[in-house]
Design a protein around this ligand. Structure first.
Ligand code: UDP
Ligand code: MG
Length: 325
């Protein structure tokens, strides 16, 4: 279905956390790309780049304010503190959805190829409400990140999640999709798992990933682990069912052992079995604690959801009408 009446205002949402080493370069590149798209009449001159400062502790925010002062194309949304990447992109999308017809989220380090934007926009004009950016390969990643990411996507698929392999958060969403997203009130945010469940017509665009040009990754191991656990707990309750299955299996095993010991006893065998006596409870204790941990993780999530605290707090918002209109 081709919808030629689709609006053409594009907003780019760029989350930033301590990005002072690279932000000025990224601003220039994004502005240049946006101006090119406007010139080619692919997007409206009212289009903007909205930077979301996720409580940076360096000079990122002042650099963003300076850029916004110089050019009305730049808009700045500032958090009161660090709420995390997922909250930053959510806030950016929620703040731009009233002005924009389509929103693309992209990392501040521009590791994701901005030339793919043309394809994103083309898919949108063809009728897609969501367009997923999927990386061609992971050669820019370390061996550790590559292998853990591959295993993680496999795990999520095994748990029955409708997630797109190698799609991070480089994604276009239409106004309609954003309005639907605004209905989701969960605190446990895992955007790349949530968006496919909305069921809108979607498409995929492939892009190359580059090395980070300056600064270092802001996704620490701790943040990556949190995102991974959030992903599983927000998408699937299968781990809880697997615990139940494990418990049943253990019971069947115990019953078998009982029969075995009974038969042994009838035959008058004395079993030395010291190692088994020590090992069996130890292993079971370990399994029990892991199971309790998994259950605890879900209870923790229920606790957070029931408090329903805001997912971010806005401290500043800069948005100016474009001059040329
Ligand atoms: N980021 C953020 N809040 C955080 C951590 C990261 O807004 O708490 C932003 C960061 O500034 C960047 C994007 O999320 O724009 C992706 O982070 P990064 O490039 O460091 O991750 P990587 O590419 O190494 O996975
Ligand atoms: Mg990066």
């Amino acid at each position: 279905m081709i919808d030629n009446m689709r609006g053409n205002i594009l907003y780019l949402v760029v989350p930033c956390y301590n990005e002072e080493e690279i932000i000025e370069k990224s601003i220039d590149k994004l502005k240049e790309k946006m101006n090119r798209l406007i010139k080619e009449k692919k997007i409206s001159p009212k289009s903007k780049v909205m930077f979301v400062n996720d409580g940076s502790r360096d000079n990122t925010l002042s650099m963003l304010h300076k850029a916004a002062k110089e050019d009305a194309m730049i808009s700045v949304l500032g958090f009161s503190t660090n709420f995390g990447h997922q909250s930053a992109i959510l806030a950016g999308m929620m703040y731009s959805k009233d002005y924009a017809d389509m929103v693309v989220t992209i990392d501040a380090d521009l590791q994701q190829d901005i030339e793919a934007l043309d394809d994103f926009i083309a898919c949108y004009y063809k009728g897609s409400e969501v367009v997923y950016g999927v990386r061609n390969d992971r050669s820019a990643d370390s061996f550790f990140k590559k292998s853990t990411a591959t295993m993680y996507y496999k795990l999520l698929h095994f748990l029955g999640c409708d997630i797109i392999t190698n799609h991070a958060d480089y994604r276009l969403m239409s106004k309609k999709a954003l309005n639907a997203l605004s209905e989701y009130k969960e605190v446990n945010l895992f955007m790349r798992g949530l968006v496919p469940t909305m069921g809108f017509p979607s498409d995929v665009v492939y892009f190359d990933v580059k090395e980070r040009e300056a600064g270092s990754s802001k996704y620490t191991l701790k943040k990556m682990m949190t995102l991974a656990v959030d992903g599983v707990t927000s998408l699937s309750i299968k781990p809880l069912r697997m615990i139940m299955a494990l418990g049943m299996l253990a019971c069947v095993f115990a019953l078998g052992m009982l029969v075995f010991i009974f038969v042994d006893w009838i035959h008058g065998n004395t079993v030395p079995g010291y190692a088994t006596t020590i090992m069996a409870p130890l292993i079971m204790e370990g399994v029990t604690l892991i199971c309790l941990g998994i259950i605890g993780e879900y209870i923790g999530k229920i606790y957070l959801e029931s408090k329903a605290r805001p997912r971010y707090i806005i401290d500043t918002f800069v948005w100016k009408e474009n001059e040329e209109e």
